[in-house]
Design a protein around this ligand. Structure first.
Ligand SMILES: *[C@@H]1O[C@H](CO)[C@@H](O)[C@H](O)[C@H]1NC(C)=O
Ligand SMILES: *[C@@H]1O[C@H](CO)[C@@H](O)[C@H](O)[C@H]1NC(C)=O
Ligand SMILES: *[C@@H]1O[C@H](CO)[C@@H](O)[C@H](O)[C@H]1NC(C)=O
Length: 405
């Protein structure tokens, strides 16, 4: 900015400018100088005492989370954020997770976590949540914290439901039982888990705590794929069967919807949730486009393989079909016009899991819908500062940051 204005002024002005420059630097809002790559490395906390209650990762190791304690006026507020990482629907797939280097099936492999985005610890980068107790719960069960089964032959534990309870109880002991505010959320498979377990999470707290839930990229759409098949519904059916998830899925759904695998789809769950819920999702979520809409099956036409991995390679017809996906997605969103009860921030991006990425979360100048960053939208909604049901009405699919799948 300075540079371009300088090219517009004449040489006579230079002396004047040289005295102005240091003043301008002093007056520059700190926000512009913020280092958006800032993060804080937070150690892993294990819950060994949970093992005797059967709350374990796929390989039998204890559940785990990372916690950065709240300070100042955030000391009594709690953000509980569930990690994502897909699902496993076969024994082989779940066995593979036990040695996965991200630790998606074993706390023996998990590393420290870099907190940024909504987990960030500076006011400039995360204005409403930076000084809360911020907890990142590790995902090591492979079924969005719903499993309730055991495979003796392979010594594999499907105990996601117990892992969830063990983590929450441990946090209650660490002070969450006295929380003033609690925001329960997650991203992707963790965003789905936050929807599935939202009312259950609230049931652990008293009426003295203001509890709300949010889901980032967890609103997976129940629809046919481009080949006219229910690839994802069949996948979800296998997950629920393998993990024995029935008991831990919301009863309002499992008592009426068949097959029960469909109770992993938020559109069948959200109408029954009694707690305020906020949905952050890209209408063209890259993960959904790549796995639900154009899944990696042998007979997927090459043109869709190209298009799903790179939007610039889509034909105009394919873009129209993608826009159809967006409309189906919007139609499946909660119908409540009460924005305090059902808030939302739906972009036309191709992103997946946006709140953990500082560039999407709150960067100025940066990514906004309706002139709001995601951080402003979620903060405004949580604190009831204004009603938030934001949907980008520009239907052109855009790449807003690099994280797609
Ligand atoms: C099964 O896994 C548990 C937990 O890692 C371990 O303690 C036990 O020895 C294993 N059992 C067998 C038969 O491998
Ligand atoms: C955290 O960030 C540092 C610096 O970029 C990097 O070396 C380290 O691997 C990161 N840790 C994790 C767990 O991602
Ligand atoms: C809207 O939702 C909030 C939060 O659940 C609730 O307190 C309020 O009563 C609702 N308002 C209306 C008009 O239903």
């Amino acid at each position: 900015m300075l540079h371009s204005s300088r090219t517009m002024v004449g040489a006579r002005m230079y002396g004047w400018l040289y005295t102005l420059v240091p003043i301008l630097i002093l007056l520059t809002p700190v926000g512009l100088a913020v280092d958006i790559t800032h993060f804080k490395t937070v150690a892993l906390t294990l819950i060994p005492s949970a093992v005797k209650n059967g709350a374990v990762c796929l390989d039998g190791s204890p559940p785990a989370y990372h916690i950065d304690r709240g300070v100042g006026d955030g000391a009594n507020n709690w953000l509980v954020f569930l990690e994502g990482g897909g699902w496993c629907d076969t024994t082989e797939d779940c066995l593979k997770r036990t040695t996965d280097k991200e630790g998606l099936g074993s706390s023996k492999i998990m590393q420290a976590k870099n907190f940024t985005g909504i987990l960030g610890s500076t006011q400039q980068l995360n204005p409403d949540f930076y000084n809360w107790n911020r907890v990142f719960v590790r995902y090591c069960d492979g079924a969005s914290f719903t499993g309730n089964s055991f495979d003796r032959v392979n010594n594999l534990s499907y105990k996601g439901g117990k892992v969830f309870s063990a983590v929450v109880k441990d946090l209650l002991r660490k002070g969450m039982r006295h929380a003033t505010n609690a925001l329960f959320m997650g991203c992707s498979a963790g965003g789905l888990a936050a929807i599935l377990n939202c009312d259950r999470f609230r049931s652990f707290l008293t009426e003295h705590t203001n509890v709300k839930c949010a889901s980032d990229a967890g609103y997976f759409l129940h629809t046919k794929d481009v080949l006219g098949e229910y690839t994802y519904a069949n996948y979800y059916k296998r997950i629920v069967k393998l993990h024995g998830s029935n008991k831990n899925l919301p009863k309002a759904c499992t008592s009426t919807v068949r097959p029960r695998g469909l109770c992993l789809f938020p559109q069948n769950i959200v109408p029954h949730i009694e707690t305020p819920l906020f949905l952050i999702n890209a209408a063209y979520d890259g993960n959904q486009i790549g796995r639900i809409w154009a899944p990696s099956v042998d007979h997927l036409p090459e043109s869709w393989v190209r298009c799903k991995f790179d939007i610039t390679k889509c034909t105009p017809d394919q873009i129209d079909i993608l826009k159809g996906f967006r409309l189906k997605f919007l139609n499946a969103l909660p119908k409540s016009s009460n924005a305090s009860f059902r808030g939302m921030f739906i972009s036309s991006c191709l992103n997946h899991c946006q709140t953990q990425d500082q560039r999407n979360w709150d960067t100025d100048p940066g990514f906004k819908v309706d002139d709001k960053t995601m951080a402003q939208a979620l903060g405004n909604w949580f604190y009831g500062r204004r009603s938030v049901q934001i949907i980008d009405d520009d239907s052109v699919p855009k790449v807003c940051a690099t994280k797609l799948l």
